[in-house]
Design a protein around this ligand. Structure first.
Ligand code: SF4
Length: 390
């Protein structure tokens, strides 16, 4: 099998390969380094490098021992996280060691356990099965940032995970479980800060403005593994769902090798149903179209198989949301149906900050009647929306 490890799996520039074509490599071996903001990349398998382009392509060896090359032994925990190439596993891919450098004297570490997108469930499964790993990662993060308090932001519907967490957290003075509203996009960083701390961040403002940092569940798992096992980030937890023969509501596969084609996970879930449509990587709201050989990366969360697009050659209006599908994605869906886009609008809460549109109040979604009428006036006979609510 060919493994394709992308050279950009994080915020920042592409990493520079540190291996050459023809080189034999081991699992855990450093294969690429950032040039500026970014994170180290390690091989997830034993094998031989057969190509280097926007990814390092590895011909996987038949024998795959469990042993991996550990990162260097350092007494500095932030160095360990940096060496291990930990990035935000929830999708953003921001290098974790940079966030851990924040000094939050009397501040907060917030854990994003919202698992906000429908179908996805690998973070909640991790809490249900290995909550202690998350709590250890969280305690390291608190120690490194000097935070006084941590809140685990979770929706009340995840009862099993909450019970499991509660058993551990009850003996922790500075860690508390707090509930998020059961809505999308409760997992947005600004919603988490608002719900946990009561601080309303401006669009574009970072949680640091509220003396806080936010980490995803799997990111903290990777922090704990980097420090305790010297394990670089070589695997990813994923949820496979949609039109697959297994569990349509999503089946979790823990620790899938990074670089593995997503089709491998789809086959593990039972393969695709007849009359299936596109494959989407990410969640149903914000996922992007992929193909069966697209590789798993450090930020892959969901692998979803969609239905076949209905044929609809009408004129479409697009209504985009910052926290949901953006114009490009909605236009892609219209094209998939055979329709034409005649007008495009954004939710009225979206404001431009430094050249990027952001939501003014995520989750406090307004009615969209005015915008719909505008789209109709522009000739739209049907509207496709990325907004979460109306
Ligand atoms: S207010 Fe608008 S842009 Fe913000 S989350 Fe709601 S629908 Fe999306």
């Amino acid at each position: 099998m060919k493994i394709k490890i992308l050279l950009k799996q994080h915020v920042g520039a592409h990493c520079k390969a540190t291996v050459k074509i023809g080189q034999e490599i081991k699992k855990g071996e450093l294969i690429a380094e950032p040039e500026g903001l970014g994170a180290n990349i390690h091989s997830s398998v034993y094998g031989k490098v057969i190509d280097i382009n926007d990814a390092i392509v590895i011909d996987m060896a038949n024998e795959q021992p469990k042993y991996f090359i550990p990162i260097a032994d350092t007494s500095c925990n932030i160095e360990a996280v940096k060496d291990a190439g930990v990035v935000g596993a929830g999708g953003a891919g921001f290098p974790t060691h940079v966030k851990l450098n924040a000094k939050l004297n009397d501040g907060y570490v917030l854990v994003n356990a919202a698992e906000c997108e429908p179908i996805l469930k690998h973070n909640i499964k991790l809490i249900e099965e290995k909550a202690e790993l998350l709590i250890r990662g969280l305690k390291y993060a608190m120690e490194m940032t000097k935070a006084k308090k941590a809140y685990i932001a979770i929706k009340p519907k995840h009862k099993k995970a909450i019970i499991n967490l509660g058993k551990i957290v009850k003996s922790e003075q500075n860690i508390e479980i707090k509930f998020l509203p059961n809505m999308y996009p409760a997992g947005d960083e600004r919603v988490i800060v608002r719900e946990m701390l009561g601080v309303e961040l401006e669009p574009g403002q970072l949680p640091s403005a509220a003396n806080a940092v936010v980490f995803n569940v799997e990111t903290l798992k990777n922090v704990a593994l980097a420090i305790e096992k010297r394990r670089p980030v070589i695997t990813k937890d994923v949820t496979v769902g949609g039109r697959v023969k297994g569990d349509v509501d999503g089946e979790v596969f823990m620790d899938m090798p990074i670089g593995m084609p997503i089709n491998h996970c789809i086959n593990l879930a039972g393969g695709v149903e007849k009359n299936s449509g596109e494959i989407v990587v990410g969640g149903p709201f914000t996922g992007i179209a992929a193909h069966e050989n697209s590789p798993i990366s450090k930020t892959t969360g969901g692998i979803l198989v969609g239905m076949v697009f209905p044929n609809d050659n009408r004129k479409f209006g697009i209504l985009a949301c910052e926290c949901g599908a953006q114009e490009d994605r909605l236009a892609e869906i219209v094209a998939g149906m055979g329709g034409t886009v005649v007008a495009s609008e954004k939710c009225k809460r979206m404001v431009e900050v430094n050249g990027r549109y952001r939501c003014d109040k995520p989750g406090e979604c307004p009615g969209q009647t005015e915008t719909i009428l505008k789209l109709k006036k522009a000739g739209a006979k049907a509207i496709i929306v990325g907004t979460c609510e109306d």
